[in-house]
Design a protein around this ligand. Structure first.
Ligand code: ZN
Length: 248
């Protein structure tokens, strides 16, 4: 089975559409799509992106921004730009879309031999940034293959007998593939569709080929200027527009 993996869309419609076009061109026979959370927050098209994710993904779990918008939770952890964007987003959404976000399940969820979560499999709000963050998961994982988001950094980690290594991600090229060996744990991040923070402004996504145990990461250029203009015109914090050009 070929799974399209999307995370951290953050209401960026241009990035989302570019990713869908790229994925459908590369993989005409995708079987299913899963979203690892943060459908909204920061970007200027929350209503359109909430509508579109329901057409594209069969499985969607909630992210901290979805929770903040729909449930008013975790706002105390947000900086002022994120908090302003949360209130702005809530005002843009139809009641149906707010209900949809409110009812999104919490991760982790088990799919076909792999798990998806937003932050960490143990805590949806935790960030897995360094090998040390992953080492403390040793002996506490329910699956050998775990997909996560939240950090907006594509790539991830391989853990064998408690030793964690950082996996490569696409650099100059637009693709990178990781072979998922059976004897190790793989904690993998498809990257952020709508607000990358790994110094690469291109939209990120991944496809997991479960039969061949291959994790394919991809980057796609999109019309960043269009997205930035919408954010500025909406009166959202300027920083949310500028950071998109730098991928941080
Ligand atoms: Zn996010």
């Amino acid at each position: 089975m070929l799974y399209l993996l999307l995370s951290d869309l953050h209401a960026n419609l241009e990035a989302f559409e570019a990713v869908v076009r790229d994925a459908e061109a590369r993989y005409p026979h995708l079987d299913a799509a899963a979203c690892l959370g943060d459908v909204v927050g920061y970007g200027a098209d929350p209503e359109a992106v909430v509508g579109r994710i329901q057409e594209i993904a069969q499985t969607v779990i909630r992210g901290n921004h979805d929770k903040a918008v729909a449930l008013g939770e975790n706002l105390e952890w947000f900086n002022s730009a994120a908090r302003d964007a949360t209130y702005w987003t809530l005002n843009q959404l139809s009641p149906t879309s707010v209900d949809y976000l409110r009812e999104l399940p919490r991760g982790p969820r088990m799919l076909n031999g792999f798990q998806i979560c937003h932050g960490s499999p143990l805590d949806e709000d935790e960030y897995l940034i360094t090998p040390g963050d992953v080492e403390i998961l040793a002996g506490r994982l329910d699956s050998g293959v775990i997909f996560f988001g939240h950090t907006h950094v594509q790539g991830g980690f391989r853990m064998l007998r408690g030793v964690v290594s950082v996996l490569p991600r696409p650099d100059e090229s637009d693709s990178e593939t990781v072979e998922v060996e059976e004897q190790a744990y793989y904690i993998l991040n498809p990257g952020s569709v709508g607000q990358p923070r790994d110094q690469d402004p291109r939209a990120a996504y991944a496809v997991y080929d479960s039969a061949n145990r291959l994790f394919h990461m991809h980057r796609v250029a999109y019309e960043v200027e269009v997205t930035q203009r919408k954010i500025l015109d909406a009166g959202l914090p300027e920083r949310l527009a500028f950071r998109l050009a730098h991928g941080r």
